[in-house]
Design a protein around this ligand. Structure first.
Ligand SMILES: *Cc1c(COP(=O)(O)O)cnc(C)c1O
Length: 340
């Protein structure tokens, strides 16, 4: 029985669901973990996460496909990425099989919160890990907690995807040899001032450039860039400080194998941006948000795709990937993890 929720009018905010998965790391080993009902965490005032931000996270969605199954999309890649985040933050890795099992258990236990097919809403899953024992001298914690909760979220675009306006930020998101390529909570803490500032100035998002030379496009606070050239090539920036988006990597496969487009992952100079035909931001939440305008200190770059609709190639990419996710189009092997 589906919960009595108005799926169409759900926003993107936390709604507590029935069960979450918790596992603890102590004395050098993970316990088996289990589903619990308590949504609150009690920890010491000196917990590593509270003092030195030793935490990383993931984000993925569960949804109902056309034929009525509940699935998640490429959770193995979220598991792999959490492992890289843990390694970089000197945290014990959470094993991949345990990760997939936790996803499966949480979705099954909260199956009533998975929105119906066609609603556009999804059950957002948030796996995360943090140092939980007291740490006062700067060092990694000895004990950790892995958690995974679910919260239903509404359709990202209500009434169609309208192109957004972004600004070239004066702030940096990630240092050249820093933590930009992992999903560390600290990256987001750093980005809050920049996004609040951008919103106050009337922009939807920030475009971050490479901090070293400020000549190359990196990404936004939480989504990778895709550009379409005037001759329909799909181009995405390459840099060691970009977070490897699973959506972006999937879209590159869709572009090449499903749409027969040429794809390129390479350095993208800001200078070239004015010559692209389309631009989009990709991430789990929206799949692709079309960008209509990029503003660099008052200088406007208006993408030829305009401010009314997604560009034609971006739209094809969007429709194909969401079609694969929703079970309307055959998926490449291993992309769809069926839960129910
Ligand atoms: C999570 C995230 C993305 C998007 O990754 P997906 O796996 O596609 O959801 C992009 N950029 C940053 C900085 C992120 O944290």
């Amino acid at each position: 029985m589906s919960k009595n929720i108005d799926w169409q009018n759900l926003g993107f905010s936390y709604i507590q669901t029935d069960k979450r998965f918790v596992a603890n790391y102590k004395n050098g080993a993970w316990d088996n973990g289990s589903l619990i009902e308590d949504a609150n965490i009690v920890m010491n005032e000196c917990a590593g996460v509270l003092q030195y931000a030793q935490t990383c996270f993931e984000g993925l969605k569960a949804y109902t496909t056309k034929d009525g199954h509940i699935v998640t999309f490429r959770p193995d890649l979220n598991a792999d990425r959490l492992i890289s985040s843990c390694k970089r933050l000197e945290m014990p890795v959470f094993p991949k099989d345990k990760f997939i099992d936790a996803v499966t258990q949480v979705v099954k236990a909260n199956a009533d919160y998975v929105p119906p097919y066609g609603s556009g809403a999804t059950l957002y899953l948030r796996p995360y890990m943090f140092g939980i024992n007291p740490v006062i001298g700067v060092k990694p914690a000895d004990e950790y907690q892995f958690r995974l909760f679910a919260t239903p979220v509404g359709p990202y675009f209500k009434g169609g995807a309208k192109p957004i306006t972004i600004k070239v930020s004066d702030f940096d998101r990630a240092a050249p040899h820093g933590t930009g390529n992992i999903k560390a909570g600290a990256n987001y803490a750093m980005s809050l001032h920049a996004i609040v500032t951008a919103h106050q100035e009337g922009f939807d998002e920030n475009m971050y450039l490479d901090p070293a030379t400020r000549t190359k496009v990196e990404e936004t606070g939480g989504a990778n860039f895709l550009f379409i050239t005037k001759d329909n090539k799909v181009v995405t920036p390459k840099s060691n400080s970009i977070l490897p988006s699973i959506t972006r990597r999937s879209l590159m496969v869709v572009a090449k194998d499903y749409l027969g487009l040429e794809v390129e992952e390479r350095e993208v100079f800001f200078e070239e941006v004015k010559d692209f035909a389309e631009c989009g931001l990709c991430g789990t939440a929206a799949v692709i948000s079309p960008v209509g305008k990029i503003v660099d200190h008052g200088k406007e770059i208006c993408l030829p795709s305009g401010m009314d609709d997604m560009g034609p190639v971006t739209k094809k990419l969007y429709d194909t990937l969401t079609g694969i996710q929703m079970g309307e189009i055959d998926a490449p092997d291993g992309w769809i993890h069926r839960i129910k």
